[in-house]
Ligand binder design. Sequence first.
Ligand code: ZN
Length: 156
Amino acid sequence: MAVLKIVTDKDDEEFLRKKSREVTEITPRIKTLLDDMIETMRAANGCGLAAVQVGVLRRIVVIETEEGLFEFINPVIVRKTGTQEGAEGCLSLPGKWGLTKRPKCVTVRALDRDGNEFEVTGCDLLAKAMCHEIDHLDGIIYTDKVIRMLGADEVE
Ligand code: ZN
């Protein structure tokens, strides 16, 4: 496993704006990428990471919250309910925080690393993380949706 370099908006915002491609075959390289993304997310104290953030334009996301560790290949949001507002940050925009409005709960359908389809329903932080990371796969950054940016004194 390896900690990968995280692409920031200052390094290459144009790259972060690219659309990621579907994974058509789960090769050993894809599994290594998943492992490396988990290690990278943990090393950066993040709760989510999309492959584009480590320089790979594939539809792959990892998330870790109190609910556990999740690996998503080709994730799609199939259900959204309610709304939540709260602070949101991104490992690609270090030191910045914004107030966003997201669904309270979402259901995501994806493939696991063995190619089996599964669904996860998450609320609160997990819902926010799933929306945020899946947005990355389409080149969308949370600042596109922000209600307003937050000062350091407003973030706990
Ligand atoms: Zn992000």
